[in-house]
Design a protein around this ligand. Structure first.
Ligand code: MOS
Length: 740
């Protein structure tokens, strides 16, 4: 029954990707394709008075320059621009009017016969502005930040407080309070945002767009341009990294569609790397944590306050604070969350939004408390361990965090840690060992799956989901193969096409669980149809079998009660004279709310810090993860390793630097925005602990695209403290901060 689930099958799209056969949004061609280059605003706030495109239009090969002054009609209501992941507010409308809300905002599109011509001509477009005063500094705005009302019913609002955190904190024998800062970070996917719109004639468009949700983009384009759903098809078969930046439709698709409709031609728009820094980002945040404890190491009070950045036009926030009171046993908890409005684009989700950042602050604070208590940080977390979600007082459908702590500690050799800072060294380098807990949600979403079984035993399984690189193609084939009892080679996976069965955006680590369940449910319908056919055969060995008494295995329908009673799929279909069986099923998750669904991790990190220079190397990381049943141990490990590498970047490298005078990103390129390179990445060990989950869904699957980053920055920051005795509370921990 389960030949492929849980194994280390290599990704089925791997060959297409490494040979270049896999095509990305900017690689599709069409006869007469023309190219758009974006002109962006050079200041942060105000109005465009006039756009002078005359120089650009004089360049040979330039076809048109589109701006708010001459564009074709676009929708005028906010709702037309609200995609399925839009926060509250008034979504940004590219080239809509003369208002400028952030530096780097698109103000015109130069369309030309060749991309080089378009790009050159874009440099010749002049704009006159009426500038207004702007502010892009969260520290200026912290006092004017607007509070979110607690408790709120919204998905991302802070949870209800419990007990009295103020009183309990004041009365606590041991206290820690600290402020932690995370700067703006950008996703920096390898693939640039790009869109190729193919003009199919009579207003019909095929849109190859870089996105994490083709149907989200489809609805958005139909809304913004008032187009009929059948006239628009959105495709995104492959993505060179999204990490959340592709959850919302980005402006390249609007500009490309605008130009295609204005000129009735096929158009490609590719953003530059620099322009990618004016899309969404992980918001900067100032977090304050207060912990009160008993000398024995149990928690009495938790307060978590956050000030996070949003734009002037939308309220982007996530539940940064909520993880603190959820994770550890503590009777008193209080939360507060404020939004600081800046003249920047709206932030967006970035891998494990809220937990990567909120848990960073909590887990550094827990480490500081352990130091004050003179307790081993792992031991303290075990003393605060909770088998219930503390915010909602519910049990978990499964929680194997204790096993993560034990197996991670053992693999790391944590028991050999000498507790005093600066007490371990290797020559000129101080050695530090730190650890942290990770937690994320195990979400599931409504989804539809189609399976087509041909009489030759070939299967096509399809859904409009994306594969943002996480391995969705592969796990779909694995689950379909096992559920239908066929070899993986017989399965073809189709996704990333808006005409396929309904899917939400791929994000939130929810697709693996959702689609596996959807495939299993649709496979049931295929099996029932095969049984119906098998029963019609003369002297059928399955004549009296009930649907749940048969399984599909090795190309046959087999009685679970008596394996000798079997009919091959091919025979059943041939006898029934059907050459294909097609089923499409939608699945939802009727969660009764009685259980909390989460994934967990325990992260252990070793750093070596040059005593004279302060240079930090992360020499070892062990990440022990509890994420239900693991569908594919190879792609799953890759996800966790990727998350750990990102955590190294968050701890030591990543920071979007703004020049507040101009309200503009200064390091808008990968040379100056630092991410870990190979030389920064050393020994990473991933452990998946056993975590059976009988209730979350029929296969016991949780997602794991995001849990890998959570806790990593804290484990590294804690290790840096242990190595040096210096606590740096604002990320990234650069060597100048260590030497201060
Ligand atoms: Mo993810 S940040 O939901 O792509």
């Amino acid at each position: 029954m389960q030949k492929y689930i849980g194994t280390s099958v290599s990704r089925i799209d791997g060959r297409a990707k490494v040979t270049g056969e896999a095509k990305y949004a900017a690689e599709f061609n069409a006869p007469g394709l023309i190219h758009g280059s974006v002109v962006t605003s050079s200041f942060a706030k105000g109005r465009i008075v006039r756009i002078d495109a005359s120089d650009a239009l004089r360049v040979a090969g330039v076809i048109d320059v589109l701006s708010h002054e001459n564009r074709p009609p676009m929708a005028s209501t906010d709702s037309a621009y609200e995609d399925e992941t839009a926060p509250k507010g008034s979504p940004f409308r590219p080239l809509y009017d003369n208002r400028i809300m952030f530096s780097g905002q698109p103000i015109a599109l130069v369309v030309a016969e060749e991309p080089e011509i378009a790009r050159f001509a874009a440099s010749l477009v002049h704009a006159e502005y009426d500038e207004e005063a702007h502010d892009t500094d969260v520290f200026h705005r912290r006092d004017e930040a607007v509070a979110l009302e607690p408790p709120t019913e919204s998905l991302f609002g802070p949870p209800k407080p419990r007990g009295s955190a103020e009183k309990a904190f004041a009365a606590a024998e041991v206290r820690h309070a600290g402020e932690y800062y995370v700067p703006i970070e950008h996703h920096n996917p390898m693939e640039l945002y790009a869109c190729t719109v193919v003009w199919e004639g009579e207003g019909k468009l095929t849109i190859y767009d870089k996105t994490q949700g083709v149907q989200n983009v489809h609805r958005y384009v139909c809304g913004v341009f008032d187009m009929k759903p059948d006239d628009v098809r959105v495709m995104s078969a492959y993505m060179g990294g999204g990490f959340g930046s592709g959850l919302r439709p980005q402006y390249e698709v609007v500009l490309a569609v605008l130009a295609a409709r204005a000129l009735t031609r096929s158009v490609r728009v590719v953003l530059t790397r620099q322009q990618m820094y004016a899309l969404g980002y992980r918001p900067a945040m100032i977090q304050r944590i207060e912990l009160g404890a008993r000398p024995g190491g149990t928690l009495e009070a938790i307060t978590h306050e956050a000030i996070t950045v949003t734009s002037q036009y939308e309220d982007f926030y996530r539940q940064e604070t909520a993880w603190s009171g959820l994770l550890y046993a503590c009777a008193n908890a209080k939360y507060a969350h404020k939004l600081a409005r800046l003249d920047l684009p709206t932030p967006c989700d970035m891998r494990c939004p809220s937990a990567a950042t909120g848990v960073y602050a909590l887990e550094c604070a827990m480490d500081e408390l352990a130091v004050t208590l003179k307790l081993d940080p792992l031991e303290m977390r075990l003393r605060c361990y909770s088998d219930r979600d503390q915010n909602t007082d519910r049990p978990y459908s499964s929680k194997s965090l204790r096993a993560c702590y034990h197996q991670g500690a053992e693999a790391f050799g944590w028991d050999k840690r000498s507790p005093e800072p600066r007490s371990m060294r290797d020559g000129n380098e101080l050695i530090g060992w730190g650890m942290a807990t990770g937690i994320w949600e195990a979400l599931q979403m409504p989804i539809a799956v189609r399976i087509i079984l041909s009489a030759n035993g070939h299967v096509e399984v399809s859904c409009a989901t994306s594969d943002i690189g996480t391995g969705t193609y592969t796990i779909m084939a694995q689950v379909a193969a096992d559920m239908l009892g066929l070899p993986m080679e017989s399965i073809t996976t189709k996704l990333g096409d808006s005409t396929l069965p309904n899917s939400p955006v791929e994000g939130g680590s929810w697709i693996a669980a959702s689609i596996s369940n959807g495939i299993a449910t649709t496979a049931d319908a295929i099996r029932a149809e095969l049984l119906r056919l098998a029963k019609q055969m003369p002297n059928s060995p399955l004549a009296h079998a009930a649907p749940d008494e048969v399984a599909l295995a090795d190309g046959k329908l087999v009685s679970k009660l008596d394996a000798s009673r079997a009919v091959s799929i091919v025979d059943a279909m041939r006898h029934g004279a059907v050459d294909r069986i097609e089923q499409e099923k939608s699945t939802t998750f009727a969660d009764d709310g009685s259980k909390a669904h989460n994934t967990h991790s325990a992260v252990f990190s070793e750093v070596k810090v040059d005593e004279q220079l302060g240079v930090i190397r992360v020499t070892r990381v062990v990440s022990a993860v509890a994420a239900g049943r693991i569908l594919n141990t190879k792609t799953a490990r890759s996800q966790i390793v990727g998350g750990v590498v990102w955590g190294i970047g968050m701890a030591l490298h990543e920071e979007t630097l703004l020049d507040h005078t101009f309200g503009r990103v200064m390091n808008a390129n990968i040379a100056e925005y630092h991410v870990p390179v190979n030389a920064d990445v050393h020994d990473i060990k991933v452990i998946f602990v056993d975590e059976p989950d009988a209730t979350i869904n029929r296969l016991g699957i949780k997602g794991l695209g995001e849990i890998g980053i959570v806790g990593v920055a804290a484990a590294i920051a804690n290790a840096v403290y242990h190595a040096t005795g210096k606590r740096v509370r604002d990320l990234p921990i650069t060597l100048d901060k260590l030497q201060r």
